[in-house]
Design a protein around this ligand. Sequence first.
Ligand code: UTP
Length: 408
Amino acid sequence: MNYTQAKQLLDQYGQSHVLKYYDTLSPSRQQHLLEQIENLNLHHPHFQNPTASTQKRGTFAPMDAVTLDDIRKNQKKYRDIGIQAIREAKVGAVLLAGGQGSRLGFNHPKGTFNIGKTRDLYIFQCLIQNLKKVTDEADTYVPLLIMTSEDNDAETKAFLQEHDFFGYSKDNVEFFTQETEPAISEEGKLLLKTPDEIIRTPNGNGGWFLSMYRAGMMHLIEDIGIEWLNVFAVDNVMQQIADPIFLGAVIDSGCVSGGKVVSKANPDERVGVLCLEDGKPSIVEYYEMTEEMRILRNSDGTLAYRFGVILNYLFRVDALQKTLQLDFPLHVVHKKIPYMGEDGIIIKPDKPNAYKFETLVLDMVHMQDSCLAFEVERIKEFAPMKNAVGVDSVETVQAILEQNGIVL
Ligand code: UTP
């Protein structure tokens, strides 16, 4: 694409401000900017109407789960099946670490956050220690595939190398980088980071399988013979990874996917709930639930829509392959995104100023024919760190770790 073509395209979509500094750039930086413009896909509807929902929802119904009681009764059976699958190298773990962690306000990869009080205890360290408990028991390693973003890839790798992967075998760790999507201002304008750099942000955690695929990781999956991928969020410090009981229960159920869930503490808890949508597994967000759904109860008094997801899923690889052809809904997120202002000075907003666009792993659940909801104990498995203070913050996570006897 040359300058004239770029100008024409940007004019058509009211984005010609992107070329404001073009004449001041060196030829290679001009070329760099033109390449980005060529890859913008400005015809995509979300650029014109960012807040319009692309997702039409169907009819929801509650979904049963394997409850804590059921799991207690079948624990040995599930564990045996799970451990065997791990020993047969049928399981890989996918750590979603490409997020920006903007709510936490920590300017580094979230996994590098130190939650210790009297000693160093990093989030990555907690996660790897949890995984190591399983691999030590199975006496083997589980391939750990870490998704980073362009922004945090180098720092994440350097950090883990510096800490010698917290004792995990580095031959069993692979990295891949997720893709990005341009962000836009509230006025629908593309934003510049530098005179020749258009702001793009990580495109959400739903793109993990496609990014893995594009990174050529399917060869690895096929060579090893991995049949199941356990996908999990970086910010749940109590995350149990490649949990043999979960794995065994999902394999035993014949479902093609599984999701760990916790019982909602009350009808108003702001958590997505695993349920059925038009007869298929799905996750309904708290803000999508009607009042009737929120308070609906079973005959035993429990909430009908009570199984909240904690971003820990198992997917069968062959079922995932089918999602590569499907369109994911785009979710718009209102975020604080620093950008270069009119006068070339970087503006760091103190409130959300722009929209970024994300696909979500939870939409992948609805693309599956079946999903086993697997209940876990909140206190033992759910300590998300999202905010600097208040709900799901450093303080609440530290309290949960201490309740579990972990010295901080
Ligand atoms: P969140 O939805 O909490 O997003 O991510 P975030 O970007 O980390 O944090 P905020 O919203 O800016 O404060 C849930 C999980 O999905 C991963 C995160 O790293 C976390 O493990 N994620 C999120 C990605 O891997 N890529 C993304 O683009 C977004």
